[in-house]
Design a protein. Sequence first.
Length: 211
Amino acid sequence: MNTHVVASISDQITSWLPTLGPWLFYLVVWGLVFAGTGLFVGAFIPFITGDSLVFAAGLVSANSHSGVNIFMMAIGIGLAAWFGDQTGYAIGFRLGRPYLDRRGGKWVLNAIARSEKFYKKFGWWAVVIGRFMPWARVFVPVIAGVSRMKYLRFSGSNLLGAVGWGIGLCVTGFFAASIPAVKNASYLIAAAFIAASLIAGGRSWLANRRR
């Protein structure tokens, strides 16, 4: 994915602002970030609930006329990401492995299997690293709950991942728009994240449609 495609996706998301206004824009962005993992929406449309959304939110915040504050937006995204994963953990902890086994679609089931192996291999760090991987972002928190990972241990790793991903990528978008000297580098970083999300989302949609 090149920077022109990243810019196009970001432009589509930033076009929401005139319709929604700044306060509703905050709520929509935060709600989508939460739903990406807390409600498993990210398993099917990660490019809407994940990296492209967070990066574009940073771009919007850089516009002095938008009425969107970068500190409020970034912190809100970090909290939404944290609460989304905490919800996924609680679901896994309470409902157990049968809940995962009921997920439909070949790609989703494969993503669950990959996430389970990833969690067994990396443990605490899987929650942190998984936040940066579209296929693991949704399922690792649930698997951590199924595996009865200690709550405080999970919450700490989840906080590190949510802050690094949510706040980090949002601020990257902000600097991409506000500091021309780092614009190209910022778009390249975002392109890597968003490309992975688009591929994962496309595979998920096709696999579940075939089913």
